[in-house]
Design a protein around this ligand. Sequence first.
Ligand SMILES: N[C@@H](CCC(=O)N[C@@H](CS)C(=O)NCC(=O)O)C(=O)O
Length: 209
Amino acid sequence: MTPVEIIGLPQSNYVWAVRIACAEKGAPHVSVPAPPHSPAVTAIHPFGRIPAMRHGAVSLFESRAICAYVDRAFDGPALVPADAQKAGATEQWTSLLLSVMEPLLIRTYLFGYMFPGTPDGGPDRARIDGALPDVARHLALIEGAVAHRYLGGDAFTMADAYLMPVLFYLRTTPEACRLIQQSARLSGYIDRQMARASVRDTAPPPPAA
Ligand SMILES: N[C@@H](CCC(=O)N[C@@H](CS)C(=O)NCC(=O)O)C(=O)O
């Protein structure tokens, strides 16, 4: 069967989310580790963002669209449940993650460590400290939302595929890691998902030493 090509650096939380989605569906997939704005990406995404996807004659951009395609094109367990209320909850948490939480938790807070843009390359303290109250608020909200083992529900969905990479990266930072460690529920959620084959087998390679 033609594999789904997931085009984009595997370290990207968005790329990882769609690779988890493929693995959950049992979709044969390959990683094409192209950076944003590289020719393989701009050939598909009009703004050069990752991930992009190619599957035979089908090409798509935007992670949410790729998840929708993979969910319908393959037989595995539904990434968005058929039940109306559960589907609504999945879309609700996915939408909140994509529009509000990921930008704060990853683009503002985490990138204050990873891509600080400071003269000496050290963490951007103003940006990090400014984000911390919201980081705590968001993590408290997520803690409540995983009360039934998964994000907003009782089975793994697309919302979990998006959430898990975000939490994985947050755990690499001192403040968010402390907040996560203080919560048995959040720590338990991360440990359970990291042991899940779809998450474990698609985890990004560790940074080069
Ligand atoms: N809405 C997009 C967001 C993807 C995105 O922002 N990816 C980042 C990498 S994690 C990227 O390509 N950044 C390059 C840029 O913004 O130009 C999606 O869901 O696929």
